[in-house]
Design a protein around this ligand. Structure first.
Ligand SMILES: [Zn+2]
Ligand SMILES: [Zn+2]
Length: 367
């Protein structure tokens, strides 16, 4: 066995240090490579949804968004066609009946109220469809930004959310409504709510006005027709029945059949809209009373659960009391401005610019 000299030991140590150094570099490179691959994997599998369930439904969301975007004009046309059909049937059948069977004063009030509702419905529907709900500016001056939109890659002011149908951020976004082919946001929220309220009032009015005729057509028409076809119409009908039915209903003529169908269609359509839109309107009115939008309701529910675990009570920073919330939405301050801005058609802008919001933020602990 050869003895190692001091020089050999130094060389051996140096060689071992070199090997150790090269191994360290290789390990660092492998680690860097793994980090790089991990980043690649995460960037390829990234999605903006909260959970994997939502990710799985993404193709369906895309199809729904696409359909809503492209069929928006068809939805608006459908609404206008339905309103037109109701107005035409009302003019042809309901109004003549009201004018013939009620006093002059009552008939005039009837006509006045019906036309007022029609004017308010059409005005608010037009404004809800045509008014831009509001987009955030590219660089909001001196605004405390809450977050960044992951789709637009732009700063989002408070209460602003991204609409996947419009492919844009909307100020104080409530939801995207296919029936107006537009987002409901800061600048058209009042028009949307007024349209819903006046529409429900209008359908209730038409349903009540046409109830007697509907009852005749739907329930009694067949019996009356059978009876009068047997015993003769003109000799036996009383005066009121003759007014309601110029000829025996459901007997022989196509005119009577179309009259019956029109009245039944009118009543069923208006009653169905009263129930469906009425529930939707009540839901939105409840949200306004709570000072939150449809999107904020979901966010606030999550925040309530999250903060409860920390023993903190969630307080909605945009809730100022029921009356104040309605005043802020409708833009009135007293009864005079209420009559001018809410009861009559008005194009006034909402309070604020939709970018800066006053808030009553405070932290309170659960007792
Ligand atoms: Zn966006
Ligand atoms: Zn939208």
């Amino acid at each position: 066995m050869t003895k190692l000299g001091s020089n050999d030991l130094v060389i051996l140590v140096l060689k071992m240090r070199t090997i150790w150094f090269r191994c360290s570099i290789s390990c660092a490179k492998i680690k860097q490579w793994f980090q790089y691959m991990r980043l690649c994997y995460k960037s390829l599998t990234y999605n903006s949804f909260d959970s994997t369930v939502e990710s799985a439904f993404e193709p369906i969301f895309c199809i729904v968004d696409f359909s809503v975007r492209w069929f928006g004009v068809a939805f608006v046309t459908t609404v206008l066609c339905l309103i037109t059909s109701v107005v035409v049937i009302f003019y042809l059948h309901i109004l003549p009946y009201v004018l013939r069977t009620h006093s002059t004063l009552y008939s005039h009030l009837h006509v006045l109220y019906g036309h007022y509702l029609l004017m308010m419905i059409l005005f608010h529907y037009y404004k809800a469809v045509r008014t831009d709900p509001g987009k955030p500016p590219l660089q909001p001056p001196g605004v405390p930004l809450t977050s960044l939109c992951k789709r637009c890659i732009l700063p989002k002011p408070p209460r602003t959310h991204h609409c996947s149908v419009c492919k844009n951020c909307r100020l104080k976004m409530d939801h995207h409504c296919p029936w107006i082919n537009n987002c409901v946001g800061h600048f058209n929220h009042r028009y949307f709510m007024s349209f819903c309220i006046f529409m429900v009032m209008g359908t209730i009015y038409v349903s009540l006005s046409s109830w007697v005729l509907f009852n005749d057509c739907f329930n009694l028409g067949e019996k009356v027709a059978r009876m009068y076809s047997m015993i003769g119409w003109q000799d036996n009908a009383d005066e009121e029945t003759k007014i309601r039915h110029p000829s025996p209903p459901n007997t022989c003529t196509g005119k009577d059949r179309s009259y019956n169908s029109s009245v039944v269609y009118l009543w069923i359509l208006c009653s169905a809209v009263t129930v469906a839109l009425g529930l939707l309107t009540l839901w939105h009115m409840l949200l306004i009373c709570r000072g939150e939008t449809s999107i904020e309701k979901l966010i606030n529910e999550k925040d309530t659960i999250r903060l409860r675990k920390r023993n903190v009570k969630f307080v909605n920073p945009y809730h100022f009391g029921i009356v104040e919330n309605w005043k802020m939405l409708l833009g009135f301050s007293n009864w005079k401005s209420f009559l001018r801005k809410v009861v009559l058609p008005s194009t006034h802008l909402p309070d604020g610019d939709g970018i800066v919001w006053k808030s009553n933020y405070k932290t309170s602990f659960i007792a």
